[in-house]
Design a protein around this ligand. Structure first.
Ligand SMILES: Cc1ncc(COP(=O)(O)O)c(C=O)c1O
Length: 431
């Protein structure tokens, strides 16, 4: 008899491309359909339980169904779930809070997803400088729009500063607007900027690029280069904002971008994101300026959605409690050390790489510096071990960085280590 997952997969196969939701596809043999989550755990439609390390792609920093978030969202849903055009009280309260709590924020402009936030940041940078090109780093992910998916998933590296299209349907003109540089490489960055200085509107960078941490001095170097050349320094805090610390990557690395893009955590699982930064740049989106030269269009049906805003405020109350980030980050280190011991015991040539509450098992012998290091690592082995982990009750996306939430527990840690032990044994047996 078919399992419920197999039955639902057949429906999904008829209706969704690759029976999936977008960028990730698990091997054909895996039929995984989730039905619900609570805290740090998720269950599939057949009743199997998993420790969740995907965390809604990092959005669920308080885990699933945190009571404070659920109550705030429910309460707002009954008061009015969606309002457009004019302000709503929740959106104003949250904007005030974000403008106070985000280090670089003099003002914020709402958006709906992280992709929208980075697209707005790039557009604002162009409008502010009167230049067209944006420089990004190879392997960085800034969302799904045409300017973002350039050299994000390269099969080989080294065509700097020319970017490579990651998707069908991307206009050449969009791809050639982007400039690409290896991450953590200030010398190449200086060279590219010197050659294109009159064209570059902004440089966009992740404080931790996927799982690669910015090396000491790198982000400061980017900041200096931007300041020296009147380039808008855009920090993509969609993953790191409110996660590495309450002040995000800005506080963690001590940098002050002109603009920062936020999403994921600040939506508390709902449709809310923002661009934050210098008032004179954000104010280009002031709708009273319509018709003026540098007016920048920033608009969407769900901007400032009151349910998401209410949920986000409840989430920020929890997240701003003393010690929350220290605990999350210590937990990640402890988990990483315990996992490293298991990998070493089985002679598996991999490291546990972590920054803050981001972590991943990589098949290499040192912290990666850039996309070339990632491509040179044994990615097939990494995916094979991750698949074994999934068979042992851990929800991870093979080859993708994982997230710790505030509600991962000591027993999650013990179960994870035990699951890794079993996974390593199977990995060595089948290798
Ligand atoms: C650093 C970064 N920027 C932007 C995005 C895009 O966010 P969204 O998927 O909400 O559009 C992501 C998503 O993973 C991200 O990791």
């Amino acid at each position: 008899m078919k399992t419920e997952s197999e039955r639902m997969f057949e429906t999904a196969g008829r209706t969704l491309p690759g029976a999936g939701l977008g960028g990730y596809s698990l091997p054909e043999s895996v039929r995984l359909i989730f039905s619900h989550g609570k805290g740090s755990r998720m269950w599939d439609v057949d009743g199997n339980e998993y420790i969740d390390f995907v965390g809604g792609a990092g959005a669920l920093i308080l885990g699933h169904c945190h009571p404070a978030v659920v109550d705030a969202a429910n309460e707002q849903t009954t008061r009015g779930g969606h309002m457009f055009g004019s302000l709503n009280d929740r959106a104003v309260e949250l904007a005030d809070r974000l403008a106070r709590d985000i280090p670089c924020a003099e003002k914020i402009a709402y958006a709906t997803t992280g992709s929208e936030a980075t697209a707005y940041a790039m557009r604002l940078a162009r409008a502010f400088t009167g230049r067209d090109r944006i420089l990004k780093f190879e392997g960085a992910y800034h969302g799904n729009h045409d300017y973002a998916i350039v050299s994000t998933f390269p099969r080989e590296t080294g065509h700097y500063p020319q970017g490579v299209a990651d998707s069908g349907g991307q206009p050449d003109a969009t791809v050639s607007t982007m400039l690409v540089c290896p991450y953590n490489d200030l010398e190449t960055l200086k060279r590219i900027v010197a050659e294109h200085v009159r064209e570059i509107a902004g440089i966009i960078v992740e404080p931790v690029q996927r799982i690669i941490p910015a090396r000491p001095g790198f982000l400061h170097g980017v900041q200096e280069i931007c300041r020296a050349n009147d380039i808008v320094f855009i920090l993509d805090e969609v993953v790191t904002g409110f996660r590495l610390s309450y002040g995000g990557g800005q506080e963690w690395f001590g940098v002050s971008p002109d603009l920062a893009a936020y999403g994921k955590v600040i939506g508390a699982g709902g449709p809310l994101s923002c661009v934050a930064g210098r008032a004179e740049i954000i104010d280009l989106g002031d709708p009273h300026r319509k018709g003026q030269e540098r007016y920048t269009y920033l608009n969407g049906t769900l901007h400032g959605n009151p349910v998401a805003a209410a949920a986000t405020m409840a989430m920020l109350d929890e997240l701003s409690r003393p010690g929350v980030h220290v605990r999350m980050n210590d937990y990640t280190r402890e988990l990483g050390a315990a996992c490293q011991k298991i990998l070493d015991r089985y002679d598996i040539p991999a490291i546990v790489q972590s920054t803050g509450s981001l972590w991943q098992i990589l098949f290499m012998d040192r912290t990666p510096l850039d996309m070339t290091d990632i491509l040179n690592s044994d990615q097939a082995a990494m995916r094979r071990l991750d698949m074994e982990l999934m068979r042992n009750g851990q929800y991870v996306l093979p080859g993708v960085r994982r997230f710790i939430s505030t509600v991962h527990t000591d027993s999650d840690l013990e179960d994870t280590v035990r699951g890794l032990d079993d996974a390593c044994r199977a990995f060595n047996r089948t290798g």
